[in-house]
Structure formats: structure tokens, C-alpha cells
Design a protein around this ligand. Structure first.
Ligand code: RIB
Length: 348
């Protein structure tokens, strides 16, 4: 058996076959169908692969098999536990299907989002899971025109272009404000996220629906627009609440990170939650229950959203498009009541 070495990085399947004294087909079987190869032969080929440092060319495999084993997940902000949990769910479904997930974040920037979607198409990923900003629809259409399927996660997607998996955010907003109204609050603040995100707009719409149902004037809801869905923006909103002359007795935040930021600022200013002001968040991330004042929050099944979205994408890209009608899956939110909104009746 020739012992000459091949320069690492240039090793091909032919070098492995020659060094192991077997056919190309046998090396391929060792890599793809090891149970069809005799134990001794398999061990000999694996030893040569190790000695030569052979690495299978994923690009070559893709060209042969016609599709990648990589899914791409593009979310708004991985620092938000909602999205890291969504990614965990997507990865579980992918792993069970023998696939992997490449995770990127757009930070809510449409230009950044477009750059990543282009890159996914160039890399011929198997499919894309995306939590889009408002400006994404044309870019996603372009992705599909380049033969890459996508599934929208974390918001509903109208039309028959793609599957989507989301939560009814209008109902989520309703649940939060109904809860505060039932506790007697009549001056409520809504700390919104970016107005460019449907999630924020829909939660606001649900809050207004709850006021309408209770025949409370919509003017009783003060909107504090946060620049981003993060703790720092929550702290800024909290400072505006502390400084407000006619401070609301309750605050509904468009997500838990905003609520945790508001809580920090109120606490530092000596404003008690819930005694002086009730607080409700959205997502029910892991830190909500463990906050200094356990946070009431509207729970989203984030892991399940990610897993379901990945399952739909895998089904769509498994080679039987006719067996895959696009569908919009919408989960129901759930209000989880904790200390932050159970306090003295307002004005008591
Ligand atoms: O990305 C901002 C928010 O939208 C997240 O916290 C989650 O609520 C998502 O729906």
C-alpha cells in the first residue's frame, strides 16, 4: 500500500480509495452507508481518512444530492431569550431530520436582512426560517424566485407565498390590558417596541380592543414608543414614566426585556411595583419569573414556534412540493399572572 502522503487540504476521495486499496464506491459507502461495508474494510478506510485528513466536500455532496443539509434562521435579536428559545426549537427539529441550522441576526435592519437573504441564496441553503422586519416581503419573494423556500416565524404571513408560525399578538395585547382593567386600572401606559414590527402594532391594537370592550376611552392608554425591544429602551421608557406629571397606575410593555428595563428604573427611583404601578410584559422569557418582582407576562410558546416552523420548512423541502400546502399556524397566547400586577387597587 503506497505510503506517500498527500498534502492536507487537497485530499480527495480518490486519494483515500488508492491509499486504502478500495474502489471510490466503497469509500462513498463507508461515508454514507457504513452498514453495507465489511467491518475490516470500513476500519481500514476510516484509518486512511484520518491519516490523510480527508474532509468530505459539502458543496460536492450538495451538487450530487441536489440539496443542502443546512437550514438558515434569521432572527431579529439573539440577545432576546425569546429568539434563542425559538432557535433551540428549530435546531431540535433540524437535528432529528439530520440537518443543521445556521443562525444570523438582522437587528431589525432591513438592509442587513437583505444581505443575509442574498448570502443564504448564494450558499444554496436548504431553506430559510425568518422573523422579518416590515420591509422583507420583496426580499423573500426574490429568495423564492431563486429556488429557496422560506417559512416566516413569529408573525403571520398573508397570502399563499409561504408557511408561517406565530402567536395571535392582538389577543395577547387584549389579555394584558383586560387583566389591568379588571384590577381597576384606568390610566395605563403601553411601552411599544419598534413601530416597524407588526408584533408591536398588533399588541397595541389588542390593548385598544380591551379598552373598547370595557367602554374605557382610548385616551386612557398612553403610548411610550421605545426605540428597540431591549432592556436599555425599557430603562429609557421607565425614566419617562418616573418623570410623568400624571403617572399611569399600570404599564403594559411590548416584551419582557422592555418590562425588565422599566422595572429597573422604577426600582431605582423608589417607585414600587406593583403597589405604586402595576407592570405586565410579553413573551414570558425565563427571567420573567425570576425578576426582582416576578413579572406578569403574556406567554408565547417560543420553543414550539421555532420547532414547528422548522418542521414545516423541512416538509416543504423534502422533495415533494405537491405534498406541502402552505399553512399559517397561529398559537394562542396565555397570560401568566405574577406579583408585578397584583397590587393595591389604583388610587387606594
Ligand atoms: O422581537 C421583539 C419581540 O417580538 C420579541 O420579544 C417577541 O415578543 C417577538 O414576538
Amino acid at each position: 500500500m503506497p505510503g506517500n502522503r498527500v498534502r492536507r487540504g487537497t485530499v480527495g476521495i480518490k486519494d483515500v480509495a488508492e491509499q486504502a486499496g478500495v474502489s471510490l464506491g466503497t469509500v462513498s459507502n463507508v461515508l454514507n452507508r457504513p452498514d453495507t461495508v465489511a467491518e475490516a474494510t470500513r476500519r481500514r478506510v476510516l484509518a486512511v481518512i484520518e491519516r490523510l485528513g480527508y474532509v468530505r466536500s459539502e458543496t460536492a455532496r450538495q451538487l450530487r444530492a441536489g440539496r443542502s443539509r443546512m437550514l438558515a434562521l434569521l432572527v431579529l435579536d439573539l440577545a432576546n431569550p425569546f429568539f434563542s428559545e425559538l432557535a433551540r426549537g428549530a435546531q431540535q427539529a433540524a437535528r432529528e431530520a439530520g440537518l443543521a441550522v445556521m443562525v444570523c441576526t438582522s437587528a431589525g435592519d432591513p438592509a442587513q436582512e437583505a444581505r443575509y437573504l442574498d448570502m443564504f441564496a448564494e450558499q444554496r441553503v436548504r431553506g430559510v426560517l425568518v422573523t422579518p422586519t416590515d420591509a422583507t416581503r420583496p426580499h423573500l419573494r426574490a429568495l423564492r424566485s431563486r429556488g429557496i423556500s422560506f417559512v416566516v416565524a413569529d408573525r403571520a404571513w398573508s397570502g399563499d407565498e409561504a408557511c408561517s408560525v406565530s402567536v395571535d399578538d392582538v389577543e395577547g395585547g387584549r389579555l394584558a390590558v383586560r387583566h389591568l382593567l379588571a384590577a381597576g386600572h384606568r390610566r395605563i401606559a403601553y411601552v411599544s417596541g419598534s413601530p416597524h414590527l407588526a408584533q408591536s402594532r398588533d399588541r397595541h391594537r389588542g390593548a385598544l380592543d380591551a379598552l373598547d370592550e370595557a367602554r374605557v376611552a382610548r385616551e386612557q392608554l398612553t403610548v411610550l414608543e421605545a426605540r428597540r425591544f431591549d432592556v436599555a429602551s425599557g430603562r429609557e421608557a421607565g425614566a419617562r414614566l418616573v418623570a410623568a406629571a400624571d403617572r399611569p397606575t399600570a404599564v403594559f410593555c411590548a416584551n419582557d426585556l422592555l418590562a425588565l428595563g422599566v422595572l429597573q428604573t422604577l426600582f431605582a427611583a423608589g417607585v414600587r411595583v406593583p403597589d405604586d404601578i402595576a407592570l405586565v410584559g410579553y413573551d414570558d422569557i425565563e427571567f420573567a419569573a425570576g425578576a426582582a418582582v416576578p413579572l406578569t407576562s403574556v406567554r408565547q410558546p417560543s420553543f414550539r414556534i421555532g420547532r414547528t416552523a422548522a418542521e414545516l420548512l423541512i416538509e416543504e423541502t423534502d422533495g415533494r412540493p405537491d405534498a406541502h400546502p402552505h399553512r399559517q399556524i397561529v398559537f394562542r397566547p396565555e397570560l401568566v399572572v405574577r406579583t408585578s400586577s397584583l397590587g393595591a387597587r389604583p388610587g387606594a
